[in-house]
Design a protein around this ligand. Structure first.
Ligand code: C2E
Ligand code: CA
Ligand code: CA
Ligand code: CA
Length: 278
């Protein structure tokens, strides 16, 4: 609006103020929530396609706002990133996930892996590695029980330093997944050099693959690319039996989506696991 001159700018002023106020309120609410425990981590099951047995879970944060109810991460993660609050929030989510996977492993799910989303802001911080190692130690968790989900765009941005960081993390035993795979611009040559375990097929392709031939072709290429590079694949956003069948047939090893379960609070996740065992 600014470039359009003073008159137009004035016209938009009330709206801008309202937005700014809203933002400021949300930011201060975010700080309060961090101090007083207003966040929750929900866990979405990840299954082995062929057998249907439980492989792991993705940790997804939610904000239980006193006035607005449960807020989706898409509505507060960007603000948390802009304000730097993603650092303490990310640490908190990581600690929850580390504690939870350790408890579940002790309770009879010995090989469970919990995947944690890592923001670009966290990953770029100089002390990222030190922070997660300190939390891991504090929670008594083992690195191989944690999968770090990093988006393609985070990794491609500064490829050489990403490779270095990932090499170190892999060496320490962490698992690494490239999230939203296929939506960025991975160079195949760099992909070869990235020490990642899993390519996570973006849900946009899964959603389209049965209605649009091109999306199915992309899904098939990602799976075959992963196989030739010795990596695993997980499909996200699997909502129907038909999608499950096609993905299994094409050799996608792992799956996650509403067809199996929505992300659940830890106690409900445990109940879901028990119910499936019977
Ligand atoms: P994402 O990492 O790509 O997570 C997948 C999203 O798809 C989740 O939304 C999940 O609930 C949703 N989903 C799972 N299965 C299905 C399905 O079958 N159909 C459909 N339509 N959706 C499905 P959610 O939990 O709202 O998270 C949205 C995004 O917020 C995540 O996308 C991730 O980018 C971000 N996010 C969530 N938790 C965290 C976190 O702890 N840290 C950071 N940095 N980002 C997070
Ligand atoms: Ca994710
Ligand atoms: Ca994703
Ligand atoms: Ca996504």
């Amino acid at each position: 609006a600014k470039e359009k001159g003073r008159n137009n700018y004035q016209f938009y002023t009330p709206l801008l103020n309202a937005r700014t106020l809203d933002r400021l309120k949300l930011e201060s609410d975010l700080r309060l929530a961090l101090e007083h425990g207003g966040f929750e981590v929900h866990y979405q099951p990840q299954l082995i396609s062929k057998t249907g047995s439980l492989w792991g879970a993705e940790a997804l944060v939610r904000w239980r706002h006193p006035e607005r109810g449960l807020i989706s991460p898409v509505d507060f993660i960007p603000l948390a990133e802009e304000t730097g609050l993603i650092i303490p929030l990310g640490d908190w989510v990581f600690a929850q996930a580390a504690r939870q996977v350790t408890a579940w492993r002790k309770q009879g799910m010995p090989n469970l892996v919990v995947a944690v989303n890592i923001s670009v802001v966290q990953f770029r911080k100089d002390d990222f590695i030190q922070r997660i190692e300190a939390i891991l130690k504090e929670e008594g968790a083992v690195s191989s029980s944690i999968e770090l989900e990093l988006t393609e765009s985070i990794l491609m941005h500064d490829m050489e330093s990403s490779i270095q960081t990932l090499n170190y993390l892999r060496g320490q035993g962490f698992r690494i997944a490239i999230d939203d795979f296929g939506t960025g611009y991975s160079s195949l040559n760099y992909l070869r050099r990235l020490p990642v375990n899993v390519l996570k097929i973006d849900q946009s392709f899964v959603r389209e693959m049965l209605v649009e031939q091109a999306s199915l072709a992309i899904v098939e290429s990602i799976i075959s690319l992963a196989h030739s590079l010795g990596k695993e694949t997980i499909a996200e956003g699997v909502e129907t039996k038909a999608e499950l069948d096609v993905l299994t047939d094409r050799g996608c090893r792992l799956m996650q989506g509403y067809y199996f379960s929505k992300p659940l609070p830890a106690p409900q996740f445990e109940a879901w696991v028990k119910a499936r065992e019977n």
